[in-house]
Design a protein around this ligand. Structure first.
Ligand code: ASP
Ligand code: MG
Length: 419
């Protein structure tokens, strides 16, 4: 449990954790810029803990170095190597802060006891000992902590998986009971949809953890998913902002019953899936298992599943997998189809999944019909549909990606400010 002994009582609003990603610390000028931003927060009377990633491209460079030595580097050794990326940036930021007249001290994950399990390269944080950080903060020091890394019970260095600095920041915020955790990145916040597809896409002022989790897993790559789960579990208010431009960013919190929720908050696109169908299998118990067990045994993850019952007591069974697994899934399906004497197998890897997400749909009917009507109005054929409590997804042909997203974005009036 992260800082369980401290979770009683209100958060400390004077304490802010600020996290800066790789592009924000990509060169010395930018590190100076981060120091100025952090220094300004401190000068406004906040206690500040800063978490940084490695300089952009550095983690990739280190991985490539390791692969030159051996195609499968030992996971423990890889963590020793990867942790150096963040050790460089904490030291440089510490120096930049001192040079700008602040008191600062940098720490690796080991030094502040970010205790993790021993799953090298994808470790999970178990506990953080905030004592040393608190002592520094109390004497007015800005504390700089390396993201993405920790230490296991044997004293070995671990890393948290790609994008893991987000999780370090949230975990520190939870342990220290910070008032907010600010995630600085190269975008202005979380948008209603990808602005490269819809130029009218708007920055969202607020979003709930649940919506962010749906949007992150559907392809809005702003935050590491685990960091959002963490924030939700410990109720840490998260704010995503740009390190290059001013603005309030997007505040991500628990749902506030006092605030009226927009019906739909965002539209996401997933281009990474492929669709497979077995045609005309007998409609009887056990068929879904016969089809999907070999897929699972091949370690292929299935996303959407749809089964249609035909008039002749046979059924068509359709599901989606990651495009990287498409060829293998198709092979497996052909074998099963032969065993089941199915009418045939079809596959299509030129599809996209478009989803609308919003907690407001829990309390409002008619979202699905608005969505389907809007797509029909543009002649876009829906190939599959799936729903959850706060999300509706459709699979359509790849060529309808842009038209589909734009159509839905305006059908749900996401280009207009709420209110
Ligand atoms: N440096 C690590 C990565 O590139 C961790 C992070 O940036 O969050 O994935
Ligand atoms: Mg990142």
């Amino acid at each position: 449990m992260i800082g369980a002994r401290d979770r009683n009582g209100p958060p400390d609003v004077t304490l802010i954790v600020q996290k800066f990603g790789g592009t924000s610390v990509g060169d010395i000028d930018r590190i100076r810029g981060v120091a100025a931003l952090v220094g300004a927060t401190h000068a406004r009377g906040h206690e500040v803990v800063v978490v940084v990633s490695a300089m952009s491209g550095e983690t990739d460079r280190l991985i490539a170095l390791a692969r030159k030595v051996t195609p499968r580097p030992n996971a423990r050794e890889l963590d020793v190597l990867l942790a150096t990326g963040e050790q460089v940036t904490i030291a440089l930021l510490g120096m930049a802060l001192e040079a700008q007249g602040h008191r600062a001290r940098s720490y690796t994950g080991v030094q502040v006891h970010i205790l993790t399990d021993s799953a090298h390269n994808k470790a999970r944080i178990l506990d953080i000992d905030g004592d040393r950080v608190r002592r520094d903060l109390a004497e007015g020091t800005i504390v700089v902590v390396a993201g993405f890394q920790g230490v296991d019970e044997h004293g070995d260095i671990t890393t948290l998986g790609r994008g893991g600095s987000d999780t370090t920041a949230v975990a520190l915020a939870a342990a220290l009971k910070a008032g907010e955790c600010h995630i600085y990145t190269d975008v202005d916040g979380v948008f209603t949809t990808d602005p490269r597809i819809v130029p009218e896409a708007r920055r969202l002022e607020r979003l709930t953890y649940e919506e962010m989790l749906e949007m992150a897993s559907l392809g809005a790559k702003v935050l590491q998913i685990r960091s959002v789960e963490f924030a939700s579990k410990y109720n840490v208010p998260l704010r995503v902002l740009s390190s290059f431009r001013d603005g309030g960013g997007t505040l991500i919190t628990a749902e506030d019953p006092a605030i009226e929720q927009p019906l739909i908050s965002g539209i996401t696109v997933n281009r990474d899936e492929a669709k497979l169908t077995v045609l005309g299998v007998p409609d009887k118990p056990g068929i879904a298992a016969r089809i999907l067990v070999p897929i699972a045994e091949a370690d292929i993850e299935v996303d959407m599943i749809v089964q249609n019952v035909g008039a002749d007591a046979t059924t068509d069974f359709t599901f989606t997998v990651h495009r990287n697994d498409y060829a293998r899934a198709l092979e497996s399906l052909k074998r099963v189809a032969a065993e089941l004497r199915a009418r045939g197998v079809e596959g299509d890897d030129r599809i996209v999944k478009i989803s609308v997400v919003g907690v407001g749909m829990r309390s409002h009917a008619g979202i699905a019909s608005t969505m389907f009507q809007a797509l029909a109005g543009e002649g876009i054929n829906i190939r599959m549909i799936s729903t959850s409590e706060i999300k509706i997804s459709v699979v359509v042909d790849e060529r309808y990606l842009e038209l589909g997203v734009r159509t839905l974005h305006s059908a749900f009036r996401l280009d207009r400010a709420p209110g």
